[in-house]
Design a protein around this ligand. Structure first.
Ligand code: COA
Length: 329
């Protein structure tokens, strides 16, 4: 079924921010914790280091505040906060509530858990809310995977780290930036990657790899079809950062060269819900994205879930509500 947006009221990203905990664990550090080595990890995954520590709400508040500052939006006017995370700080309540309080927002706040696809799920959900009348949404992706990773297990312990990325999404005149999208889940494959409540991540690495390549390519293709664009039209892919070989193999299938992807996993590892917004912020901070260019967001992860969106970068599109200066009190 084509997922072509029909709403006359679209949205655009007007600010972004990130947060990474200070503590870094390098591949060399891991050599004393498990039977592995730096050369193997870099060659098989592309990862050199990952960040650990912090809380999901704490990192989210830091990234969210940076995104709000960057956008210039008055926090009092944010009407929804969506936090994509698969590692909430507590089972109840949603970590979004803690973030809302930390940022001093008065708005609806909820978590989305679609594992590593979570931030793209949240971004698509936010566009739907804006089509229904919301005006300014803070969309955050954060995970603290160190709390569910066994750093003595070389199967999983080499891959995961913590981080957060956030964007401010504002209602725009007309169709806005999102041209097409796809959300997928293959529940039959959930045993390939899971963590029980209170447990650690368990993974069939080769099975996840095999499925991830196909899922990413299929989801991206569906999003591009719904947007009415082809791979050659895409200026930059912003993929989930799990393994450089997964990204490379799925881009091969799509016919997109690897140098058209934003890659941060060498320094962050797999940060799950945070990885797509971290890679987006990195590309924007390096001026790799020009007005009018087409971006392809692609996430995949446990579930197994997948999510893609085609976005035309248009930061100067007219906003639905003109910004007014905050009133002096
Ligand atoms: N360090 C050193 N050697 C390792 C190792 C490690 N951390 N892990 C496995 N090996 C060894 C294996 O024992 C095996 O040795 P053998 O040939 O003597 O039997 C060899 O390396 C190859 O193992 P294999 O499991 O086939 O490696 P791989 O190329 O599939 O890489 C993963 C393993 C986990 C990196 C890879 O399967 C992967 O990235 N899968 C996807 C995981 C993922 O992205 N999960 C999150 C999704 S959101």
């Amino acid at each position: 079924m084509p997922r072509t947006p029909t709403a006359a009221r679209g949205a655009i990203i007007t600010g972004w921010g990130t947060a990474l905990p200070d503590k870094v664990v390098t591949n060399v550090d891991l050599e004393s914790m498990m039977d592995t080595n730096d050369a193997w990890i870099r060659e098989r995954t592309g990862i050199t280091q990952r960040h650990v520590g912090g809380t999901t709400a704490g990192l989210s508040a830091e990234a969210g505040r940076a995104a709000l500052d960057h956008s210039g939006v008055d926090p009092a006017t944010i009407d929804t906060l969506i936090l994509a995370t698969t590692t909430p700080d507590r089972t109840v309540p949603a970590s979004a509530s803690t973030v809302q309080e930390a940022l001093g927002l008065s708005c609806g706040a909820f978590d989305v858990n679609a594992a590593c696809s979570g931030w793209v799920y949240a971004l698509v959900t936010a566009h739907g809310l804006i089509a229904m009348g919301a005006e300014k949404i803070l969309v955050i992706g954060t995970d603290t995977l160190d709390r569910i990773t066994d750093y003595t297990d070389r199967n999983t312990g080499i891959l995961f780290g913590n981080g957060s990325g956030a964007v401010v999404l504002e209602a725009a005149e007309g169709a806005g930036q999102m041209l097409g999208w796809d959300l997928d889940s293959v529940g039959a494959a959930e045993s390939a990657l899971f963590a029980e409540v209170g447990g650690v991540l368990e993974m069939e690495g080769r099975e996840v790899f095999r499925r991830a390549v196909r899922l990413m390519a299929d989801s991206a293709t569906k999003a591009m079809e719904s947007a009415g664009v082809v791979a050659d039209d895409i200026s930059l892919v912003v993929p989930h950062q799990a393994n450089i070989r997964i990204i490379s193999a799925s881009l091969d299938r799509l016919g997109i060269p690897l140098d058209r992807a934003s890659i941060v996993l060498d320094s962050t590892g797999n940060t799950s819900s945070a990885s797509v917004p971290l890679a987006l912020a990195d590309a924007l901070d390096k001026n790799r994205i020009a007005d009018g260019e087409l971006l392809l967001f692609v996430g995949f992860g446990a579930g197994m879930s997948a999510a893609s969106a085609v976005v035309r970068w248009s930061p100067d599109a007219p906003l639905f509500t003109a910004r007014s200066a905050p009133e002096a009190s």
